[in-house]
Ligand binder design. Structure first.
Ligand code: ADP
Ligand code: MG
Length: 421
């Protein structure tokens, strides 16, 4: 049917959000220099939105008429995507809104999701402009797959949605302290790590988690019913974007990603396609954000299905749900965007400075777990709780500082959608 064919294959409309302050302050130049031409060549219409202040994107996305857009793409660091995701989850129609495909182009100094998405595409490691080109190319291909989000509760009852990490101790301190070196780009984390190592300290607190092995009985504390857990290690739940630009106007004819070209067929019209109508949500199912069925009240003790960590002296606690913590930190070798897992790492006190440095250096190639370090623990979990005892400190969510104090979190498998390779 010719008419339907044309309708389905109208070009996708992208809202391109650029944070001109991110990274070395060059995101806009990088966009005009490397991405604009690619999108033009591929006939992808986009509207450029340059953020003017913190939370600008969050407010904009909270109120936007999303029927006008087929994807929201963020050209910044991870911080701007954090804003966008929380803006979508603030909405009354969050259940529908959060299904708009999200894209990421590395324009910041902390580009963990961009590095992760590039890694999931099975491409060899890339940095800086090469990473940007790879992500731009993925955007033009238009494949979309599920993305897990983690719901984070703070002591003030505030709730956040996170796509990357929850950190306390060494990693959080480095992340925030190194912001003053933002002008040097991604290497800021290495500089911050060296500075923090010199003043290495111990952070006291209690940590508990719900391990994956001891998943709760299905009848009681199971996942929210509308989002069944996705299969770990699923290679490809994505499908093609049926836009007219995809197959034959590829801006990179060498196709260095070696992707199966079947993914790019024009005829594919599966539900994951970016222009497919998103499912209608009945009004009586509208609630303010998904139910965290695995989490008790933050004041209540954790259920006895949880594991309580004996140690209370830590150097770091890091919950991460993507493969990369930064462009050159391959923190979770097996992670997928939709593996339904929180990868929990902690390092207990007593580790020497050289041993900690070795872990971070090994992480570039994902080799830290093979270091045999007795202070490093790694668990796959569905939920966790952290209660700092040290009276002051830093907790970050997706690299952004949040209120310091008790915090708990649980995974929501595949509730968002991510543009990927
Ligand atoms: P980086 O990786 O360089 O830290 P981010 O995307 O994480 O880049 O952005 C850093 C912070 O800047 C985030 O907290 C984000 O909300 C905020 N932000 C977004 N737009 C602007 C702007 N126009 N001016 C200042 N800050 C902004
Ligand atoms: Mg940031």
């Amino acid at each position: 049917d010719g008419v339907a064919y044309m309708e389905v294959r109208r070009p996708c409309r992208i809202m391109m959000l650029v944070n001109p302050q991110s990274g070395r302050g060059q995101a806009l130049q990088l966009f005009t220099g490397h991405i604009q031409g690619m999108l033009t060549e591929a006939s992808v219409p986009y509207t450029l939105v340059i953020t003017e202040h913190q939370n600008h994107a969050r407010e904009l996305v909270r109120k936007a008429d999303l029927s006008q857009w087929d994807a929201l793409v963020i050209m910044s660091g991870d911080g701007l995507l954090f804003e966008v995701i929380n803006g979508l989850m603030d909405r009354e129609d969050w259940q529908e809104a959060i299904q708009i495909p999200l894209g990421i182009l590395p324009g910041g100094s902390g580009n963990a999701l961009a590095a992760s998405v590039h890694h999931y595409s099975q491409s060899p490691p890339a940095w800086n402009e090469e990473l940007l080109l790879s992500c731009g190319f993925m955007l033009c291909k238009g494949l979309v797959g599920p993305l897990d989000l983690v719901s984070v509760h703070l002591a003030s009852k505030q709730r956040l949605f996170s796509f990357l990490s929850l950190a306390w101790g060494f990693v959080a301190d480095v992340d925030i302290e190194s912001e003053k070196y933002r002008h040097v780009g991604a290497i800021r984390f290495l500089m911050g790590t060296l500075v923090r190592l010199a003043s290495l300290r111990v952070y006291q607190g209690r940590l508990a988690y719900l391990p994956v092995k001891e998943a709760p009985k299905l009848s009681k504390g199971s996942f929210t019913t509308n989002h069944p857990p996705s299969t770990p290690q699923h290679p490809s739940l994505c499908s093609s974007l049926p836009c007219q630009f995809i197959p034959n106007t590829s801006p990179n004819p060498s196709s260095r990603h070696g992707t199966n070209s079947n993914h790019n067929t024009r005829t594919n019209s599966s539900n994951n396609a970016i222009t497919t109508k998103r499912p209608q949500i009945e009004s009586d199912t509208k609630t303010r954000a998904p139910v965290d069925s695995l989490l008790p009240d933050l004041e209540q003790p954790v259920p006895d299905t949880w594991t309580v960590v004996k140690e209370e002296d830590f150097v770091l606690v890091l919950a991460i749900y993507q493969s990369h913590l930064a462009e050159d930190l391959w923190t979770v070798p097996g992670a997928m965007a939709d593996d339904g897992l929180i990868h929990l790492f902690y390092v207990t006190a007593g580790i020497s400075r050289p041993a900690l440095l070795r872990l971070f250096l090994a992480m570039e190639k994902g080799g830290h777990l093979a270091c045999g370090c007795p202070h490093l623990v790694y668990e796959k979990v569905k939920a966790l709780r952290l209660e700092p005892i040290t009276p002051q400190g830093m907790i970050t969510v997706d690299g952004e500082v949040v209120e310091y104090g008790p915090v708990q979190a649980q995974i929501h498998p595949g509730i968002a959608r991510l543009m990927r390779g």
